[in-house]
Design a protein around this ligand. Structure first.
Ligand SMILES: C[S@@+](CC[C@H](N)C(=O)[O-])C[C@H]1O[C@@H](n2cnc3c(N)ncnc32)[C@H](O)[C@@H]1O
Length: 413
């Protein structure tokens, strides 16, 4: 059985909730570390731990979960680039956009932010990315910038050709991206963590809260709040989205981005809008089918029909998708379409769900259907542009980006 002293020690030191990784993981780590220190006796190891910062760090390295990869939850990066290219988020538009990846593990997340922003047309001078993690080992890997297969998952790896060189040791990230991230070591639960005021426009704190107990989660959400600028946006992992809502953050309502505002963002006063930008010629829609005549009363008493339960509304379906319940969200969208007919928003959401499920063919079809019905559907435009870019169709993506920019400009008027 696991020795509760070690669990409590780790809970105090780094906020780790033993149940999140399983108490036997701590037991195994303690056994491996005492063996490495040539101590057979657990009590002797416990005493060493009390007096050695170096050994404390070694035990921490043995229990943390450094799992990460490039473009993990890609919709978060799509949302980031859309928010950035839409217009200045920071009060002083002349200063660079400030981003924080916390925890950054071995660097895949902050480097993805950099690649996504470069892909969106930003220059290095327009943003600054800080990246923090507890693990010295992970940070050393981040600094080297050489990555194996595990860091590249999913089907869209076109970014690897653009930003990495294949070497005998793995894929080496080019210096043009490596130089864009400043790494440092830090413990988010330490009382002096970021004691100086910080005002980040974007904080990515993904897949960390799940390792904490409720009180530590609350504390850490408070740290995120403190680190964010008033109109900043925080991104969390999909199973952490519920925690943000229950701790005072408001969903940014971007499906599957798991993005939150610390303040509720109210739309500005409605302005009269000029005519929308010229849309590409739209194929004419087929006339809706004429309603089937229904008898007023059945000729024979019918058996109770098995009715489909009413589908949730689109907002609820977005939340389901946000929580990672992709199949349920897709089923709900299909029910909604069966009941009310296809709408651009429902189709765009189905596109996003297919995108997140790696069914890229279906995602493209849904986005295109959404744009067929509404050529100005920003969600479908933005995500289709990103999908085409990832598939290497840069000219197709550029056309959509231009349409999106025209649309954003028109909306800002
Ligand atoms: C699963 S990784 C998440 C990496 C990345 N954000 C992502 O979503 O892919 C969790 C990281 O949290 C770091 N970590 C754990 N406790 C921490 C703490 N108290 N302060 C800072 N980082 C911590 C670990 O070192 C590990 O690298």
């Amino acid at each position: 059985m696991s020795d509760p002293r070690f669990e409590q020690f780790l809970a105090r030191a780094i906020g780790l909730n033993a149940a999140s990784i399983g108490p036997s993981a701590i037991e195994r780590a303690v056994a491996a570390r005492s063996k490495a220190c040539k101590l057979d006796d657990i009590q002797a190891y416990w005493e060493l731990l009390q007096n050695s910062e170096e050994e404390t760090q070694e035990l921490i390295e043995a229990v943390i979960v450094p799992e990460t990869w490039f473009f993990r939850d890609p919709q978060a990066f799509a949302a980031l680039t859309r928010l950035v290219t839409r217009g200045p988020l920071q009060a002083d538009a002349s200063r660079p956009i400030r981003l924080l990846s916390l925890p950054c593990s071995s660097g895949e997340e902050p480097y993805t932010m950099a690649m996504a922003l470069l892909d969106a047309g930003l220059t290095a001078a327009q943003f600054r990315i800080d990246a923090v993690d507890l693990s010295a080992r992970s940070l050393a890997l981040a600094g080297q910038g050489i990555y194996g297969r595990n860091s590249f998952r999913g089907q869209n790896l076109a970014f690897r050709d653009r930003y990495f060189d294949a070497t005998d040791d793995g894929y080496r990230l080019r210096d043009t991206v490596r130089g864009l991230v400043q790494f440092s070591q830090g413990n988010i639960v330490a009382p002096d963590f970021y004691a100086d005021p910080a005002s980040y426009d974007f904080v990515f704190c993904r897949n960390l809260l799940i390792y904490f107990d409720a009180a530590t989660q609350k504390h850490v959400v408070g740290v995120i709040r403190r680190l964010l600028a008033p109109h900043g946006v925080a991104f969390v992992g999909h199973s952490e989205a519920g925690l943000m809502g229950s701790n005072g953050f408001t969903s940014a309502k971007i499906p599957m981005a798991f993005a939150f505002h610390k303040e509720s963002v109210r739309p500005g006063p409605a302005k009269a809008r000029p005519a929308p930008p010229p849309a590409e010629p739209r194929p004419r829609r087929a006339p809706p089918p004429s309603p089937t005549p229904r008898p007023i009363s059945p000729a024979f008493p019918r058996r109770e029909e098995k009715r489909e339960p009413a589908p949730p509304n689109l907002e609820e379906l977005r939340l389901l998708a946000d929580r990672g319940q992709l199949q349920e969200a897709a089923r709900g969208c299909e029910m909604l379409i069966r009941r009310d007919g296809a709408t651009p928003d429902a189709l765009a959401l189905l596109g996003l769900i297919s995108d997140a499920s790696n069914d890229l063919g279906a995602a493209e079809r849904y986005y295109r259907k959404a744009l067929y019905l509404d050529p100005a559907n920003a969600e479908a435009l933005g995500h289709l542009a990103l999908l085409l870019k990832k598939q290497g169709d840069h000219s197709g993506a550029k056309l959509l980006d231009e349409r999106l920019r025209r649309l954003d400009k028109w909306r800002a008027q």
